[in-house]
Each structure stands twice: as structure tokens, then as C-alpha cells.
Design a protein around this ligand. Sequence first.
Ligand code: F1P
Length: 345
Amino acid sequence: IFNSMRGRLLYEEGISKLGGLQGYEDRIVRSQRIIISACGTSWHAGLVGEYMLEEYAGIPVEVEYASEFRYRHPIIRPEDTVIFISQSGETADTLASLKEAKKKGALCLGVCNVVGSSIARESNAGVYIHAGPEIGVASTKAFTSQLVVLSLITLLLARKKNLSLIEGQNIIREMQSLPEKVKKILESNDQIEKIADEYMSCRNFLYLGRGYNFPVALEGALKLKEISYIHAEGYPAAEMKHGPIALIDENMPVVFIATKDAVYDKVISNIEEVKARKGRILAIVNEDDDYIEKLVDHVIRVPKTINMLQPILSVIPLQLLAYHVAVKRGLNVDQPRNLAKSVTV
Ligand code: F1P
């Protein structure tokens, strides 16, 4: 009994971090669909959100680039909930798409970092991610914090639908173990720096992942582009066959996010396809993975967690890789050329 009480408290403590949604939970659960609108890194977080909300909360989700959503005359109904994700809370396209959805009567929720920002103020309700100030232009800790908040929103809704208390508690426990696991990844910093030496002169990269790791591939590629000015493409690993495979040769590094999840075996076949074409492969794998190491040029290990939370861990080595490559190329990682902290026009 004690354990179950503690578990319940643990669960409620996790969900209580979402105070900004109080009073709106039932309305969100009744939504016919959830739309997520965002730009850049925040859009990638939204994609992970889509995967977890559909898997656990059973509500159909669409993820929209705010810059398209605001202009394309989308169908938005009063029964929809639209979540706007923005680190700065000031991104012009995201703010404009929020105003559009509000006009059409949808419930508008903000997931922002900057307290009191425009998107936070315009939303009907929302959650601050409280990641602290992002010093550099490129979003890093905001991404992982957005994923944590989206996981909590997923849990809140899933619990109101059909997730068992035990399963909910297990997910919260896993979330609580994340800080220790992140620390372990940071211990690989020196190893990642050495790997960066080998790849810093490459001109093109391909990042591939499936399932929850597909948005991580997109985000890894974006970080490299933003701060290292190296061309990088993120793709769902299986889509490789529909075009990008033509690019693969010994000069084309391919970064696989290949943690042990439901699609692990499929990712291994994709790795084999790249290997057969002499691609150079760097793989992000779980600590206990001794198989992929034999197939690829380099591995970086991350601790295992449940599939929906794995992106929070898998993205960190990719952020570090982009950072080290940029520093080695003599670039200013905090102020990349042409980029603005908040894109307000
Ligand atoms: C969106 C974003 C960031 C990116 C850069 C430009 O910002 O695309 O993801 O790293 O800073 O803006 P936001 O809406 O999340 O503030």
C-alpha cells in the first residue's frame, strides 16, 4: 500500500508541473485532434510530441510548420487544440499562426521558455519549460526541455484516457532517472571531440533515424548546419532508398541514431545498406549494444530509456558533435552567421 501511495504521489508530482493547464485538461482530452505549430528546433520537438501523443493519448496529431500554417488557410475547428512551441515565445510565424487559430475558436496552448513572451501571453493556457536562458542562438537545452514538457502533457492526457497508474508511474520514474543518464552522456565529451576531428572537413552529412529517433535525425542535422555551416540532411532512415542513397560513398558520413527500440532491426538493415555502398558511419547506440559497433566506423553510447524518452538522450551527442566540429572550424558557436535568436519578421 505504501508503495502504491508513493507511486501515486510521484505521479501526481510529475503532472503537477503542468499547473498552467489546470482547468483545461478535460477540454484537451475531448479534442478531435491536436495540431502542433512551431519553427526550427521547436518543430522537431513537436514531431516527437506527435509520436508520443498518438501512441499514449490516442488523439490524432498533426505537426505544422508555423510559416506554412499561417498562410495556407488550414481547417481549424473549435474542437481542436493547437499547441504552439517556441523557445523565445516571439517567433513571428508561430505567433501569427496562434492568432489565426485563436480567431477560429481552437484552444491555443503555448509551450514557451521565455516567461511573459508574446506567445505565452496570447495563448489560452500553457506551460513554461523553464530551461533557463539559451545563451547561444541555436536551441539546445530548450529542445530537451520541450520534450520533457511534451512527455508530461502526454502522460496527463493518457492518464485521463486509459493509461494505467502503474504504467504512468513507470514513465515518471524513467523521467526522474534522466538527469543521471544525461551526466553519463556528458562523460563522452572527450570521445565526441576526437570523433569531431575525423569528420570536421566533410562537406555533406546524412542523419538517419526511424520512429522516435527520426526527429532526432532532423535535429542533429539542423544543429550541424546552424553552427558548423556544413550541409546536412536529416531523413527517416527508410526514406533513404527513395533518393538520398544515390549520394552515399566513402566521402559521405552517415550518422545513424540506432538505439534499441521497436524499429532497431529495421535500422540495422539500413546501416547494412549504407555499409554496402562504402558510406562512413557514425552510430548513436545504447550502452549494451555490441552488434552495431562491428558494422560501423564509430559509435557513441547513450543509456537506454523507454522509447518515448530516448530522443532526450540521443540528441545530446549530436549537439556535442555539432559544437566540436564548429569550434574546430574556428566558428563562433554562440553567434552563428545569418541567424537570429528570435525570428520576429
Ligand atoms: C525557432 C528557431 C530555433 C533556431 C533559431 C531560430 O525559435 O528556428 O529553433 O535554433 O534560434 O529560431 P523558437 O520559436 O523556438 O524561439
